[in-house]
Design a protein around this ligand. Structure first.
Ligand SMILES: Nc1ncnc2c1ncn2[C@@H]1O[C@H](COP(=O)(O)OP(=O)(O)OP(=O)(O)O)[C@@H](O)[C@H]1O
Length: 230
């Protein structure tokens, strides 16, 4: 099966005084639909840079980012924005929910702004809240939800646009052990059910066995290994 996300020889350089700093150094990575990849590595090794480039939020200095057969590097900025909107789900460490909105409204707001206000959207939002175990909390606002529940809303919201690629940055950083495990398990389940190519940056090495493979970053370079068995 062809990859849903393909990075080919991707480099990202930042100016650093008189020289340049290579945040990404000729990175090659491909992730298939239904595959759940952990991305680990020390602070400053390039994990966030890789997610930002894969999300098409940052243009690499060199190389290609291919999402669902489309080469983002060959697109205009407007085309990249619509590729991102249609194909990429992004889950940041902090859920960034809007305080005034209920859980179901958090899922609907983006569709609403896109002019999609039909019954289909409301049904999908209800279905996704069920998938993440929050049917009962659909009408609660963020301050009435626990940290784990807020992160579940964040995950459901990222799935609203039916993404091909799901990029997740430290989803468990603010959670205790038990809640962290249930979030990693939930991401496993949605990866299987929705066939997303999921990349999760994590420091929680104890949950790596729930994912299919581990890529390690060091000084902007990546190595990929099969996941060690639990
Ligand atoms: N906007 C920027 N301008 C200049 N240098 C940057 C910028 N963003 C990142 N860097 C540098 O690029 C390198 C990779 O950073 P990156 O944030 O991708 O690492 P990371 O592995 O995600 O780190 P952490 O685990 O601490 O979040 C670091 O040396 C960092 O200082």
């Amino acid at each position: 099966m062809s990859a849903a996300l393909n990075l080919i020889n991707v480099s990202l350089e930042y100016p650093d005084g008189t020289s340049t700093l290579k945040a990404l150094d000729a990175v090659n990575l491909s992730v298939r639909p239904g595959e759940y990849l952990s991305l680990v590595g020390p602070s400053g090794s390039g994990k966030s840079s890789l997610l930002a480039v894969a999300a098409t939020l940052v243009k690499p200095t060199a190389g290609q980012v291919i999402i669902d057969q489309q080469d983002a590097s060959a697109l205009s900025q407007a085309e990249r924005t619509s590729l991102r909107r249609d194909k990429v789900g992004i889950i940041f460490q902090q859920p960034n929910l809007l305080p005034a909105l209920t859980a179901v409204e958090q899922l609907l707001i983006r569709e609403h702004l896109r002019g999609r206000r039909g019954r289909g959207e409301r049904e999908r939002a209800a279905e996704l809240l069920d998938v993440v175990g929050l049917s009962e909390a659909a009408h609660k606002r963020p301050h009435q939800l626990s940290g784990g529940q807020r992160q579940r809303v964040n995950i459901a919201r990222a799935l609203m646009g039916k993404p091909t690629v799901l990029l997740v940055d430290e989803p468990t950083a603010a959670l205790d052990h038990e809640r962290s495990e249930s979030i990693v398990r939930l991401l496993r389940r949605v990866t299987d059910e929705f066939r997303t190519a999921t990349v999760m940056v994590t420091h929680d090495t104890e949950f790596l066995a729930l994912t299919d493979a581990v890529a390690t970053m060091r000084d902007g370079r990546i190595s990929r290994a099969l996941v060690p068995s639990a």
